[in-house]
Design a protein around this ligand. Structure first.
Ligand code: ADP
Length: 160
């Protein structure tokens, strides 16, 4: 049984994240989408909200589980007995940060591999922060996020 972990903030999950999860789920027996409880980075949604939105958006993938974690990713990987970290790549601008993160994780846990899945062109501009910004100015984001996320955004920011 080969298990991979797809970590991130998922604040909130977008169709770009769903695409990466679908691709990864088709390659591995099991995929854990790991939602980071990041105490420094101020999140828009609580970890429970982020987890339930992700669970709903990924319900069509039976081998995907959503879990929350805090602390070091490599500790979580060991706890889950997984050696494959999945990250998505959108543009060259992602590369430097992702490369640094992957190198750091290699330093901390040489047995763990970071694997990158390249996004589809139509998701290459999509990020959680852009979705929130566009939404906050009244822009249409229905096609960028799963329906449950759109609903929660409208509940959280009711003026739109
Ligand atoms: P983080 O805060 O760790 O960057 P994110 O939730 O923003 O977490 O992203 C998690 C992972 O998903 C990252 O590897 C990121 O590059 C990737 N990702 C985010 N949006 C997209 C997208 N539209 N297409 C492909 N990968 C994406």
């Amino acid at each position: 049984m080969v298990k991979a972990v797809y970590p991130g903030s998922f604040d909130p999950i977008t169709n770009g994240h769903v695409y990466i999860a679908e691709r990864a789920a088709s390659l591995f027996d099991e995929l854990v989408v790991a939602i980071l409880v990041n105490l420094q980075k101020k999140a828009t949604f609580t970890v429970d909200e982020r987890s339930s939105m992700a669970r709903e958006a990924l319900i069509h993938l039976p081998n995907v589980k959503v879990k929350a974690f805090d602390g070091l990713l490599v500790d979580f990987m060991r706890q889950e007995r997984s050696r494959a970290i999945i990250r998505g790549l959108r543009a060259l601008s992602d590369f430097e940060y992702e490369f640094q993160l992957a190198q750091m994780n290699r330093e901390l846990a040489p047995e763990i591999e970071t694997l990158f899945i390249v996004t589809e062109a139509r998701y290459s501009y999509l990020s959680s922060s852009v979705v929130k910004e566009v939404f906050s100015f009244g822009g249409a984001i229905q096609d960028m996020v799963p329906p449950g996320v759109y609903r929660r955004l409208r509940e959280k920011f009711p003026r739109f």
